[in-house]
Design a protein around this ligand. Structure first.
Ligand code: NAP
Ligand code: G3H
Length: 471
């Protein structure tokens, strides 16, 4: 059984309290991580604060050089990291390794982009202030709290931690409990890489028990959170003046406007809806299509869904167990509600504990929960709507505003449609997705606040510091 420690001031924490982490595939214990007390957590923030100024004063290139040692250790251990991840979140081994490799690529690009964070140099001439020269540099905000979700436990952790550290912030990192083995795996790498004491601290424990203690700590200058709308809004409502970046849930629609390339559209929709068993914020979570096209599209989707492999993550199947039985119960509830209200189960609706077969539901109507709620599981509703205006209305009526897809070969119509959709991003002729990671990534409405992406994270984790030279 794996056992990893939280990390405070480069010390591995063993306070005698442990939290068991389940393997969703076997439903057995995969390992245990430290369960921290309020006192431990406060210490993590205290050392993050006391080490920050000194870290900020290290030159950018020297900061990058020391973080690069940590990056190289990730590279060296990538197969083991992928194995740990796969054991605790049931992401298949191939995708787990891809997540680690993608993270290394993000780190490398972050190093390069940080060197391009050049200051603004302005004269006051245009405002009649001829003898003023202003230099506005990006400087660290201070102490960053990074909170990550279970579904990308490595990638969405380091996509926050690395830009924060590179720009001279110090970090307190709280991984999701399902995901904290891979989170605390990093503790030893931090020590081995020789990162200065106190700049990268890892705190573990159940969010419902220690979440408020963490998020209300007065030392926090910025919170970067990825997770559910419920917890995100809770953090939002705490009303602190701390800067926030929140990346929350989604209900991304795929709007199909023609039948000119249905095979390709269906491939994108299937990969979008069912990848990692639908446990992606950017999963396709509803298809909006008119009756005539639906009659052709649904049989194509059906045959592709039925071809998806279902099984265990170690076998690299496409569909693997969802994170826990509670989540499976919730997903099943959405399917049952749709069935009771008259929807057609095209395929799926089969379950063994938390392993759920990919389910395609046709004739979903707006009175059904699955039309609006985020299942975070392998379920795709098809909503048939003949009127184009009604389609746009339903797409926009959602509480969410993460991404959308528009499938249409007439590029003018596709662009005009995309401009009507109220989401952070619209993908034309592809599934919704966060990448490429150099692009800004954002959600509006309940889907979030602020922007992620490599350059945007460097910006959000810094502020301007102006220096005005009078001559
Ligand atoms: P979650 O339950 O909201 O948990 C997210 C993180 O918040 C975990 O680390 C969790 O710790 C922690 N947490 C729980 N209660 C807290 C509290 N009171 N205060 C502070 N932190 C607290 O979300 P999840 O189930 O891990 O992830 C799935 C959700 O994330 C979905 O809704 C998905 O759409 C969304 N998501 C969004 C994006 C995006 O970029 N838009 C990306 C990935 C996922 P514990 O695990 O210990 O409870
Ligand atoms: O789960 C939310 C992630 O930000 C989605 O990332 O589109 O690369 O799967 P992805």
């Amino acid at each position: 059984m794996r056992q990893y420690n939280a990390l405070i001031n480069n010390e591995l924490i063993d306070n005698g309290q442990w939290l068991e982490i389940m393997n969703p595939a076997t439903l057995a214990v995969a390992g245990k991580v430290s369960a921290l007390s309020a006192e431990d957590i406060n210490k993590a923030f205290a050392v993050a604060r006391s080490s920050q100024q000194q870290w900020e004063e290290v030159s950018l290139l020297d900061r990058i050089a020391v973080i690069k040692k940590f990056r190289d250790l990730i590279d060296k251990n990538k197969e083991e990291i992928a194995q740990v991840m796969s054991e605790e979140i049931a992401k298949n081994l191939k995708e787990s390794l891809a997540e680690v490799v993608r993270t290394i690529e993000i780190i490398d690009y972050t190093f390069e982009e940080a060197k391009r964070m050049e200051p603004l140099a302005l004269t006051g001439e245009g405002m009649g202030a001829k003898n003023k020269l202003g230099v506005f540099s990006r400087v660290a905000k201070g102490v960053v709290l990074a909170i990550s979700p279970f579904n990308y436990p490595f990638n969405l952790a380091l996509a926050k931690i690395i830009p924060a550290l590179v720009m001279g912030n110090t970090v307190v990192f709280k991984p999701a409990t399902a995901g904290s083995l891979v989170g605390t795996y990093m503790s030893k790498l931090v020590i081995e890489a020789g990162l200065p004491k106190g700049i990268f601290n890892i705190v573990t424990g159940r969010g419902r028990e220690i979440g408020d203690i963490i998020t209300s700590n007065p030392e926090i200058d910025m919170i970067s959170f990825t997770g559910s709308v419920g917890i995100g809004n809770q953090i939002r409502k705490m009303g602190s003046t701390t800067d926030l970046v929140l990346e929350l849930g989604g209900k991304d629609p795929a709007i199909v406007l023609d039948d000119l390339n249905l095979e390709k559209y269906a491939d994108e929709i299937i990969n979008g809806a069912y990848g990692y068993s639908g446990q992606r914020c950017t999963a396709v979570k509803r298809v909006l299509v008119n009756n005539e096209i639906a009659d052709k599209l649904v049989p194509i989707l059906k045959s592709k869904v039925e071809a998806l492999s279902v099984g265990m993550p170690s076998e690299n199947t496409f569909i693997t167990p969802v994170i826990d039985e509670k989540s499976a119960d919730f997903i099943q509830g959405l399917i049952d509600d749709a069935k009771e209200k008259g929807a057609t189960i095209v395929t799926g609706d089969k379950r063994e504990k938390n392993l759920m077969w990919p389910t395609l539901i046709d004739n979903v109507t707006v009175d059904m929960k699955v039309a609006w709620e985020e299942p975070f599981g392998p379920v795709l509703p098809v909503i048939r709507i003949d009127s184009y205006d009604e389609m746009i209305k339903i797409a926009n009526e959602s509480q969410f505003g993460l991404q959308a897809s528009v499938f249409c070969q007439d590029i003018s119509k596709a662009i005009l449609t995309a401009k009507k959709i109220k989401t952070g991003t619209v993908n034309i002729n592809s599934r919704p997705q966060r990448g490429p990671d150099s692009f800004p990534f954002l959600g509006i409405k309940d889907s979030g606040e602020g922007v992620q992406g490599i350059r945007e994270s460097l910006l959000s984790m810094t502020r301007y510091q102006g220096m005005i030279i009078n001559y």
